[in-house]
Every structure is written in structure tokens, then in C-alpha cells.
Design a protein around this ligand. Sequence first.
Ligand SMILES: *[C@@H]1O[C@H](CO)[C@@H](O)[C@H](O)[C@H]1NC(C)=O
Ligand SMILES: *[C@@H]1O[C@H](CO)[C@@H](O)[C@H](O)[C@H]1NC(C)=O
Length: 249
Amino acid sequence: MSLPMVLSCHLILMLSSFTGAANGYYEHRWTKCIHSNRDFSDMVFIDNYAFNKDVDIHFNSTVGYYVGYTEHGVYNSQLWNNDTNLLQQERAQVETYCKHNAEIRQSAIADKTVPPKVKLSSVTQAGGRHPAVLMCSAYRFYPDRISVSWMRDGEVVKSDVTSTEEMPNGDWYYQIHSHLEYTPKSGEKISCAVDHAGLTKPIIIDWDPSLSEPEKNKIAIGASGLVLGIIIAAAGLIYYKKKSSGQWK
Ligand SMILES: *[C@@H]1O[C@H](CO)[C@@H](O)[C@H](O)[C@H]1NC(C)=O
Ligand SMILES: *[C@@H]1O[C@H](CO)[C@@H](O)[C@H](O)[C@H]1NC(C)=O
């Protein structure tokens, strides 16, 4: 379920006190347009008037008239509700302001798609039912709807698969991580398939079981150690031969 979209607009007026002191009074008005449906049929327009921290007048387009909360707010809301022109204008905002802007925003931002970047890696296991775990990660995609699936020798794998939710990065993009627990078999082919609205065809990455990253590192360290050992042994042998041949003279 998608979260409601909120378009919010703030207007802050600072009324300095006549003494010119640093403290001021804030007359604060903010409007919000809230909707979840793509056709904007559930659009709600909210208009708030606040003095310092207190909301004194509130308008909700579903309710259709101003509601006052403070003495001053109640007085003004009655005055405004009696003004047919003002009330008509305020009620029309849900169309002229909210839906109008939401349509522009939707075509400029919400309808755009950014395809994911996909990475397949081996991760260390924390006591699961199978000895090996692969992680298929999709990064920086928009919108959040995505499909991540696993295939083993051409067959779709459903069991031993766990996935995170689509996680928002906080910058409009999302990421998701799917894990496959498995027992390796020689000669098998494991693939991760990712499909998204931003792709013309799914991204399929095949797992290369020959070597995973940590194993490659271990081999590199081992090989360096071996070379170092041979050099030291050779140096020792040469030194020993020179020394022993010297003694025989
Ligand atoms: C607007 O009013 C409706 C009807 O009373 C209510 O269900 C809704 O929660 C209100 N919306 C906001 C954001 O206050
Ligand atoms: C609003 O209109 C009603 C009815 O016409 C009237 O009784 C009331 O005094 C008016 N309120 C204000 C604040 O003008």
C-alpha cells in the first residue's frame, strides 16, 4: 500500500513586537493536499491558521467549512463561514490548487521510473538450515514496486527465500535484498532475476560458484605468504652454502 502523498505549503509571518525586541509573534498558515489514489478521487485539502504554536482555525475540504479552536479563531471562523464567496473559493481549492498541482507533479516525478542496479553476492550464514547463502540486492530504483526471484537450473525457487521490504533511501530511491539459502551442488546454475517498470527486460545475473570474494582474498594472502616463504628459504640456503663452503677451506 502506498503512503498518502502530501503537498504542503507554509507561510510564516513574523510580527515583531513594537519594542523591537528579539521575541516576536508568529502568524503561521500552512496548507496540505493529501491523496493516495492515482486518480486523486480521495484528495483532501487542509488549511491551517496558527498564532504562535496554536492552531486557531482549521479547514478540511471533506468537512467543508472553517472550524475555530480559540476564542479569536471561533469568532473569525464564523465570520468566514458567513462569507459565501470566501467559502466557495476555499472549497474550490481541492480542484484548482490540489488536483491541479498533483497532476503536474505526477507527470513530472511520480510517473518517472529509474531501473535498479543489481548485485549478487555470497554472505556468511548465521546458523540456517543450509550451509550457503546468496544475497541478491537491487539498488537505487523508483518506484518501489519490484520483483526479485531466484532460479536454480532454470526452475523458479520459492522455498528458503527471504526478502526485505522495499526500503526507502530517503531520496526517492529504494533498495531491496533477497536471500537464498541453499546446499551447493556441483555443476548447478543459480540465477537471480529482477524485474521493474524501468526495465525493458528483466536483469538476470548468474552466480559464479567458482570463487566468492572472501575466498579469492584468502588465496591471494596464501599465495603471497608462499612466495615470501620461498624467498626466505632460498636466501637461507644460499647463506648456509656460502658459510659451510667457507669453513671447509
Ligand atoms: C478531514 O475530515 C475527514 C472527515 O471528518 C476526516 O476523516 C479526515 O481525517 C480529515 N483529514 C485531516 C487530515 O484532518
Ligand atoms: C453569521 O451569520 C449568522 C446567520 O446569518 C449570524 O447569526 C451570525 O451573527 C453571523 N456571524 C458573524 C460572526 O458574522
